[in-house]
Design a protein around this ligand. Structure first.
Ligand code: FNR
Length: 365
């Protein structure tokens, strides 16, 4: 049952990505633009993509986010994703290990990720009802460097066989964060994290959050497509986009990661500018793998790295953290979101000015 669900998810997610012909349309990322400063550029050789957060250091601020495992077919996908991560040096997450807790015989469909990528940064993934013991088993199976816990209440609500009990999630996250022994990152699965949720997660002892916003892979639609009567389409547009979540979570005092609908290296740069320490993608990478195989995925991730560095060169940003000091304009729907949530967009539009003055005068930043 679980293994056929995993196969369904992969098939429907790829169909969803192909639905926009590989050229996804407008999204709230398009409401975020950089102010162009024609003399800001630096030399490519000055740019380092390395990023630091929560005591971790990653060579690049990009990662392959959680997807799959639990069936023969998804084991092959995990092998290929792991090869691409190894060849490009990007961190990677497995899909949820719930299937392994229910049936340990599928262990190999997950552990293949570590076998193919022995020295890479690998994250295990569990849901918020996992026991501390199972969270530790997940970490052990992958020799994982960090643990992701996913929050998927909307998906469970639409899933024909889904859960309807969510009240234990907070206390359970607190126990896992205290007891698992590796950094814990809590993520959504494509509906976003609000400021209130991010602050709560910080109180629960989580090390970082991944906003995983709306606009890319849509699990309300995927699960609705698995329902006999597809009668949950009223939840198709639920949630907040990644840019909205990042704006909402400014200055929450917890490291932010961004994912959900990231289409290209410019979207990745936009996430860094909005305060993310690193940027993940799932659906886009899965489609690339399906359409062109491992070689195509390696080429794509490599191109994203190079093109992200090119945008940073143009912006004069030597590090991912420097991108978060570039001037940004917020327009469209996203501006309405900011107005209603009390977010000062004016501050973002001219934030490099203080830095330029400080640099010219040698004064404090
Ligand atoms: C996912 N995602 C996911 N997330 C998670 O935490 N555990 C999981 O098991 C899965 N499973 C899964 C399967 C497939 C086929 C896809 C495409 C995605 C969600 C994923 O990590 C991410 O949060 C969302 O897909 C949004 O990012 P994209 O796809 O818009 O880049």
């Amino acid at each position: 049952m679980i293994s056929s669900r995993k196969d369904d998810h992969v098939r429907l997610a790829v169909e969803q990505q192909r639905g926009h012909g590989g050229h996804p349309g407008r999204s709230q990322f398009d409401d975020v633009s950089f102010v162009h400063h024609a003399l800001a550029g630096i030399d490519r050789g000055e740019v380092s993509l390395a990023t630091r957060f929560a005591g971790l250091e990653w060579p690049v601020p990009l990662y392959v986010n959680a997807m799959t495992g639990g069936s023969a077919r998804t084991g092959i996908i995990n092998r290929d994703l792991a090869i691409a991560a190894r060849e490009t040096g990007v961190p990677i997450a497995t899909g949820s290990l719930s299937a392994y807790f229910k049936d340990p015989s599928v262990a190999g469909t997950f552990s293949v990720m570590r076998r193919e990528n022995p020295d890479g940064f690998v994250m295990a993934n569990v849901n918020a009802t996992a026991t501390v013991e199972n969270a530790r088993r997940a970490v052990d199976l992958l020799r994982a460097d960090a643990l992701q816990i996913h929050l998927n209440a909307v998906q469970e609500t639409v899933m024909p066989e889904g859960d309807r009990s969510f009240s234990s999630w907070g206390p359970q996250i607190e126990k896992i964060a205290a007891g698992v022994g590796v950094p814990v990152i809590v993520k959504e699965v494509g509906f976003g994290l609000s400021r209130e949720t991010v602050l709560l997660l910080r109180e629960l002892g989580v090390d970082a959050v991944d906003v995983a916003g709306r606009g890319g892979t849509n699990f309300a639609r995927i699960e609705n497509g698995r329902r006999e009567r597809a009668d949950y389409c009223h939840l198709d547009d639920w949630g907040q986009s990644a840019p909205a979540c990042l704006l909402d979570a400014q200055d929450t005092g917890i490291p932010l990661l961004a994912s959900g609908g990231v289409r290209n290296p410019l979207d990745a740069a936009r996430c860094l500018a909005l305060g993310a320490a690193a940027v993940g993608a799932s659906g886009e990478f899965l489609r690339t793998l399906f359409d062109g195989g491992v070689a195509a995925l390696i080429a794509r991730i490599s191109a994203w790295q190079e093109q992200l560095a090119a945008v940073m060169t143009l912006l004069g940003a030597r590090t991912p953290a420097d991108v978060a000091r570039c001037d940004l304009l917020i327009g469209g729907e996203l501006r309405w979101f900011c107005a209603d949530r009390g977010i000062d967009t004016g501050r973002l539009a001219a934030r490099s000015r203080g830095l330029a003055v400080a640099e010219a005068t040698g004064g404090p930043r």
